[in-house]
Ligand binder design. Structure first.
Ligand code: ZN
Length: 187
């Protein structure tokens, strides 16, 4: 099995392009989660392609192309949400509009994350996202199940406390790797 892991955003000219809040940076958190997840997946014998392996921004169009050229069986993009309302919290998963196969895959991932104490905001179509019609999902969903996870709100103090807890991140990555490594997702 092969999986593409996509760490959202990335730095341009030494500045992060993702969200910030509570002294956390989305770009850094996404990269950290992706590397932890990669480590657990490698232990399980899963082949992992990282679309953004380090701090540097990678053009969105390149990410999906890489996942397809490596013939990955699934695509997961990792983000952290943000809101001007600091009460907004929880996890949501996005899938390309009307792709029910990806939505089922996204729900399995969401089910794991809520077990780690984040509020369930549900699975949404990408047209409902503030960044509607997410490029990385549109580029990949016809070839493989593709989900974008918004793992908590960087702007919420309770979510941020979890996101800066290494043990919480490790346990989350371990459990996500287990569900990814179950065989029923591939097309
Ligand atoms: Zn993001």
């Amino acid at each position: 099995m092969k999986i593409a892991l996509d760490a959202g955003h990335g730095y341009k000219a030494n500045s992060p392009t993702g969200a910030r809040g509570n002294n956390l940076i989305e770009d850094d958190l996404a990269l950290k989660i992706v590397h932890k997840l990669r480590w657990y997946l490698l232990q399980a014998g899963v082949e992992v392609t990282l679309t953004r392996p380090d701090q540097a921004f990678v053009a969105l169009g390149i990410r999906g192309t890489l996942a397809k050229s490596k013939q990955c069986d699934m695509f997961i993009s990792i983000h952290i949400n943000a809101s001007s309302n600091s009460d907004a919290s929880g996890v949501e998963a996005l899938a390309a509009e009307n792709d029910h196969h990806s939505a089922d895959f996204a729900k399995k991932l969401l089910d794991v994350i809520v077990q780690h104490g984040l509020k369930r905001r549900g699975v949404k179509w990408d047209s409902q996202s503030q960044h509607s019609k997410l490029r990385v999902l549109r580029d990949t969903y016809k070839a493989m199940p593709a989900a974008l996870l918004e793992i908590g709100f960087i702007t919420n103090t309770c979510d941020a406390a979890k996101l800066r807890n290494e043990k919480w991140l490790d346990e989350l990555a371990n459990d996500l790797a287990d569900v990814i490594n179950s065989p029923q997702h591939t097309k």
